[in-house]
Design a protein around this ligand. Structure first.
Ligand code: ADP
Ligand code: MG
Length: 236
């Protein structure tokens, strides 16, 4: 198998693993969205990722860019609410970074472009209690781990997952400033953000898939400290 179709097959497996995980967590995501939203995040995401998994499985020996673009387009058309355009549109847009294939460098570029697009589209910053609170520290950590700390991609991804985990915890005590939860004002305090949580699940599945593909154990994820995302990440 060529490296290109190998990365494509890995991307298909990743989408399928995300779809299975989101389905398994559907109720959890629904419960989180019932507390501070309209209880549709679990259903939205499960439907969208199931359709995305079917769409990418039907592709004939696709490259990684095509898989990501197809998954994004499917999410865009299947997922309603705020999260459809945020997840789907940003995946479609960022997939162009993978046109030369999957490397540590292109993965960093993809992650950065994806996060930028989510922030552009939604207008949310770190601290607004949205998916951005999991995503931005994860991307920042991934980039730093690859480019500055020279870690192997799998370890960099494990660090990113740990950062996302801290980001999810960080959404609990803060007040929502964007999205439906912001209508609740201070009553949103004390609840975990559903979109940050689904972002974490997706990252965890990317790690599991990458580890399986590289035939090694997923490095352990240590989210114990610090308690809030890096200050640097919030300045971006
Ligand atoms: P809706 O809020 O339209 O019902 P979902 O329930 O599917 O959509 O998704 C809700 C999640 O979307 C929130 O938990 C939050 O993480 C994310 N979200 C909402 N608005 C924004 C925004 N402006 N920027 C980034 N993320 C957002
Ligand atoms: Mg909702």
């Amino acid at each position: 198998m060529s490296p290109e179709s190998d990365a494509g097959a890995a991307a298909v497996a990743a989408v399928e693993n995300v779809a299975a995980r989101i389905e398994a967590e559907r109720e959890r995501l629904t419960d989180l969205d019932s507390a501070i939203g309209d209880a549709d995040h679990g259903g939205n995401m499960a439907r969208g990722w199931q359709a995305a998994a079917e769409a990418v499985a039907a592709l004939d020996d696709p490259d990684v860019e095509t898989v990501v673009k197809t998954a994004g387009k499917t999410l865009l058309s299947e997922v309603g609410g705020a999260s459809g355009p945020l997840y789907g549109g940003s995946l479609v847009f960022a997939s162009a970074e993978l046109d030369g294939g999957l490397t540590a460098e292109s993965a960093v570029a993809f992650a950065e472009t994806y996060a930028e697009k989510v922030r552009d589209r939604g207008g949310a910053s770190v601290g607004d209690k949205t998916m951005v609170d999991a995503l931005v520290p994860a991307v920042h950590t991934f980039k730093k781990s690859v480019e500055t700390d020279d870690l192997p991609p799998l370890e960099a991804l494990a660090k990113a997952v740990a950062a996302a985990e801290r980001g999810v915890a960080f959404t609990v005590p803060i007040r929502a400033a964007k999205g439906r939860a912001s209508y609740l004002g201070w009553r949103s305090v004390g609840h975990q953000d559903p979109g940050a949580t689904s972002t974490l699940y997706i990252l965890e599945e990317l790690l599991t898939t990458a580890a399986a593909r590289l035939d090694s154990e997923a490095p352990s994820v240590d989210a114990s400290s610090p308690a809030v995302p890096d200050a640097e990440a919030t300045e971006e």
